[in-house]
Design a binder for this molecule. Structure first.
Ligand SMILES: [Zn+2]
Length: 83
């Protein structure tokens, strides 16, 4: 069948790669907390954040949380007061 309507490469897949859904953006956001994302992953997240306020909020909250956790981790009892 030369004219098979079913494309073996899958148009859906390529469309999904162009525009990630919320689930993937959440996944990438959390992944980015542990390790640096590739520029393609960042680009896809950014592209999605432009059109999705929910994920913009989510990303912002994750950033806040990370900042808070960092500041907690940095509060080591290092400062001695030699009074
Ligand atoms: Zn979203």
């Amino acid at each position: 069948m030369p004219d098979s309507p079913d494309d073996p490469h899958g148009h859906d897949e390529s469309r999904k790669r162009l525009m990630p859904n919320c689930e993937e953006v959440h996944h990438l956001t959390m992944k980015g907390m542990d390790q640096p994302l590739s520029w393609t992953e960042r680009a896809r997240v950014r592209m999605h954040l432009v059109i999705c306020h929910a994920c913009t909020n989510f990303s912002g909250q994750m950033r806040l949380m990370r900042a808070a956790m960092r500041s907690l981790g940095q509060q080591e009892p290092n400062e001695r007061k030699d009074d």
